[in-house]
Design a protein around this ligand. Structure first.
Ligand code: HEM
Ligand code: HEM
Length: 182
């Protein structure tokens, strides 16, 4: 079994959880059945949790990027290893860029982050709607590219684990698999 350091595994699963939760939340909030008062209020309250979870995802991605050199060696053919390296690099870049651009877009709209019971985080820049609109577009496009790559990443991991009997997922979970590695 390949041993992933515990902090790397924790950062990976925290990142995965936050990204899936925050993206689901945003899509539910941004596309209500109708823009009536209750849904507007739900958006206003909920989007703050989307932003906060997005920032936690950013911190987890930063930890993973900074500690990446401690990961165990890749497995599979030379081609698979190369593909995994490129895909992981793209995942890390998007995991950092999506929340960073979301934060910047929000800041240029003059917004901060306000969660009940916590001191508000105010926008560090003055409002500029043109920059805000461009960055919002970049945030949304980046987020959907990120989600598409995550879907491929999960399919590739499942293929390795279930069809190739290469226990990459159980290694990342830190549990022993029945499949011995050759
Ligand atoms: C949902 C958001 C997710 C993101 C952003 C993400 C991102 C990443 C990144 C950046 C790495 C490379 C880490 C490194 O080399 O230091 C990685 C590795 C890995 N991920 Fe994910 N991941 C996600 C979800 C998942 C899920 C749901 C699974 C399980 C089905 C999974 C399984 C794996 C495995 C097995 C590896 C190690 C692959 C190897 O040994 O090379 N990931 N992930
Ligand atoms: C991993 C982190 C993040 C992901 C995956 C993500 C994903 C998304 C998605 C899928 C949407 C819906 C886009 C649409 O169809 O209109 C969205 C909207 C939004 N996000 Fe994020 N987001 C992240 C982080 C952040 C952060 C850190 C902030 C701000 C601090 C933020 C602010 C917003 C705002 C204000 C909206 C609603 C306006 C819009 O459509 O862009 N996001 N996000």
């Amino acid at each position: 079994m390949r041993r992933w350091p515990l902090d790397l595994r924790a950062a990976h699963w925290l990142l995965a959880l936050c990204v899936i939760a925050t993206a689901t939340m945003a899509i539910v909030l941004v596309y209500p059945p109708e823009w009536s008062d209750p849904y507007i209020q739900r958006y206003v309250a909920g989007i703050e949790y989307h932003k906060a979870l997005g920032l936690v995802a950013f911190i987890a991605a930063l930890a993973l990027a900074l500690q990446h050199h401690r990961r165990p060696p890749h497995t599979g053919s030379a081609l698979e290893q190369r593909a995994a390296r490129i895909a992981h690099l793209a995942l890390i870049v998007l995991a950092l860029a999506t929340p960073a651009v979301g934060f910047a877009a929000n800041a240029f709209w003059g917004e901060g982050i306000a969660l009940p019971g916590l001191p508000p985080l105010v926008s560090p820049v003055s409002r500029n709607e043109r920059i805000g609109a461009v960055l919002t577009y970049a945030h949304d496009a980046g987020a959907y590219a990120f989600l598409a790559l995550i879907a491929l990443h999960v399919l590739a991991a499942l293929r390795r684990q279930l069809l190739r009997r290469d226990p990459v997922i159980t290694d990342m979970l830190g549990v022993k698999s029945k499949d011995a590695r050759r």
